[in-house]
Design a protein around this ligand. Structure first.
Ligand SMILES: *[C@@H]1O[C@H](CO)[C@@H](O)[C@H](O)[C@H]1NC(C)=O
Length: 181
């Protein structure tokens, strides 16, 4: 099953990279993540996120993806290296996050991998609090189960992600599942 997923993702990657080979030369603009992965491609790759079976219902929009990606443009996300490398990086991110949030099943329409970005919150909502990590203390009443495209888990990951984003995610972990940007 895992090999099957990897092969399908590699196939997807290959078709996009080879389709791009004949396209325009590498752009040097640093803000064009939204062009490398345009809205049409984005919505095709996650076409079932508005299916009645998916809780996300459009939460993960192309607009939010681009805004979030651009806020890490200076850190190099999708902005450094050759055009093919940048596309691979963005597609690897989309493949991984689609896998984390999938609502697919073996016999799902268009296959199990067409159902990415279906969930914002993990189904089993455990606390995921590692108390032995005093640098990122759990806030009483808050739980750190998987949320958002990466299905961020555990206090120490919420703490560090919050630091990178300038948000107190230990206090407000649900921001990850309520603000897609
Ligand atoms: C989106 O990108 C694809 C692949 O590069 C391209 O074929 C398509 O025309 C683009 N769509 C828009 C609306 O720019």
């Amino acid at each position: 099953m895992k090999l099957y997923v990897v092969l399908l993702l590699l196939g997807l990657l290959w078709s996009v990279v080879s389709a791009a080979a004949g396209a325009a030369p590498a752009s040097t603009r640093r803000d064009d993540v939204g062009k490398l992965i345009n809205a049409t491609m984005f919505n095709e790759m996650i076409k079932y996120q508005k299916d009645p079976q998916c809780p996300s219902q459009g939460f993960y929009s192309h607009k939010a993806f681009v805004a979030a990606a651009r806020s890490f443009a200076k850190a190099g996300f999708g902005t450094t290296g050759k055009l093919a490398t940048r596309k691979r990086e963005l597609l690897a991110f989309l493949a991984q996050t689609s896998h984390q949030t999938t609502g697919g099943w073996l016999t799902a329409p268009d296959g199990p991998n067409a159902w990415g970005y279906c969930h914002m919150r993990e189904t089993t909502q455990n606390s995921y609090c590692k108390k032995s990590d005093p640098k990122w203390p759990c806030v009483p009443g808050q739980k750190y189960y998987g949320r958002g495209p990466m299905q961020l888990q555990y206090n120490y990951n919420y703490g560090q992600a919050g630091k990178a984003l300038g948000l107190d995610l230990l206090k407000n972990p649900d921001l990850v599942a309520t603000d897609a940007t």
